[in-house]
Write a protein that binds this ligand. Structure first.
Ligand code: SAM
Length: 330
């Protein structure tokens, strides 16, 4: 079965959040009075595996495990290994803040993880504390080094924020020159009610323009399955590359191929929409089976919205949806 929507988009990419818990408190991702999902509502790994099994029969070929911080959940290594064993054909990716895993890199490599996305918004210790509420910059840098030594390919993702990390553009480009990484900037998205702030938007085009002060960039063609909507540039004389992702200034809804499932089993068909489809109750109902889950997933996909309409419709500096990113998984 192939998942398609009303306007002919095909869905082949699932982002599964394994937890809403995180050891960081990033300013754009989580608010102070954020209520964690109660434990009984969080899907067990067996339930998540069942969803992955079902997704694999519905033409999902790429799976990203995210969070919260996925490595903060007990048993996550085991879960990765189980998914990889059961679905060797799936293109499995993981997104992490990189603070908890320096010592796990050899094991990750051993179980077959060959690439990681690591979020890092700043190379400055004080700014790191300001953005994340924690003092873990050295841990993230150590993880990146450990991955590079182990031959795990790294994409470093920074949320581009005017007034916060724009002054570090030269340092980031230097970092990407010195290391064989993809250094990608993703535009700040006004998600969740209190995490919004429109004047933080530092657009991909502005970044590109300003980057030319620090390096000669050469546009490269990339395979969309590896870089999604990122525009990628080689850095002349450098080991790494620069990437720009512009969900706000230049949306890519027309080619969006994603579904998301939150750690409490809510299916979301668009990052910018609050509409959810509950899968947990179906999973836990002994009278319902995989076909019932498939039916909901297929019907929900059919109605997948165009997120940029939702962005346009919001007024003033409102958040685009009420759920903050820590609960969705990015
Ligand atoms: N804890 C993991 C991490 O830090 O990568 C995974 C979860 S995190 C929610 C996934 C991604 O969403 C991160 O790269 C994060 O920077 C990004 N993100 C969260 N809130 C965002 C926002 N308001 N705008 C743009 N990106 C955001």
């Amino acid at each position: 079965m192939v998942l398609t929507d009303k306007i002919g988009r095909t869905v082949s990419y699932l982002r599964l959040s394994v937890t809403d818990r995180c050891n960081l408190r990033c300013m754009y991702c989580v608010t102070k009075d954020f209520q964690f999902i109660p434990h009984p509502n969080i899907l067990r790994y067996e339930e998540m595996l069942r969803l992955v099994n079902i997704a694999a029969t519905m033409n999902i070929s790429k799976l990203r495990l995210t969070g919260g911080e996925p490595f903060a959940r007990k048993g996550f290594m085991n879960f990765i290994s189980t998914v990889m064993d059961k679905h060797p054909q799936l293109d499995l990716r993981i997104t992490t803040n990189g603070t908890l895993i320096e010592d796990l890199i050899p094991e990750l490599k051993k179980i077959g993880v060959s690439r990681l996305n690591i979020s890092l918004d700043t190379l400055d210790r004080e700014t790191f504390k300001e953005v994340t509420g924690r003092d873990h910059l050295d841990d993230v840098l150590a993880t990146i080094s450990a991955c590079l030594s182990a031959g795990i390919r790294i994409k470093v993702n920074a949320v581009a924020m005017k007034g916060i990390n724009d002054k570090e553009l030269g340092d980031f480009i230097h970092f990407a020159k010195e290391n064989p990484i993809d250094m990608r900037f993703i535009e700040f998205m006004p998600m969740g009610d209190e995490t919004k702030s429109d004047n933080m938007l530092w657009t991909a085009d502005e970044i590109l323009e300003q980057s030319r002060e620090f390096a000669r960039l050469i546009k490269i063609k990339v395979r969309p399955e590896n870089h999604g909507p990122a525009r990628m540039f080689a850095i002349e004389g450098g080991k790494g590359r620069l990437g720009l992702i512009s969900p706000v200034s230049s949306h890519f809804c027309a080619t969006c191929n994603r579904l998301r499932i939150t750690s409490d089993g809510q299916l979301r068909t668009c990052l910018f929409s609050d509409k959810t489809y509950g899968l947990r109750d179906i999973l836990r109902n002994p009278d319902l089976g995989d076909d019932d889950l498939k039916k909901v997933i297929a019907e929900a996909t059919m109605d997948k919205p165009l997120g940029y309409h939702l962005l346009e419709q919001r007024s003033g500096s409102e958040g685009v949806c009420e759920t903050q990113m820590s609960a969705i998984g990015g």
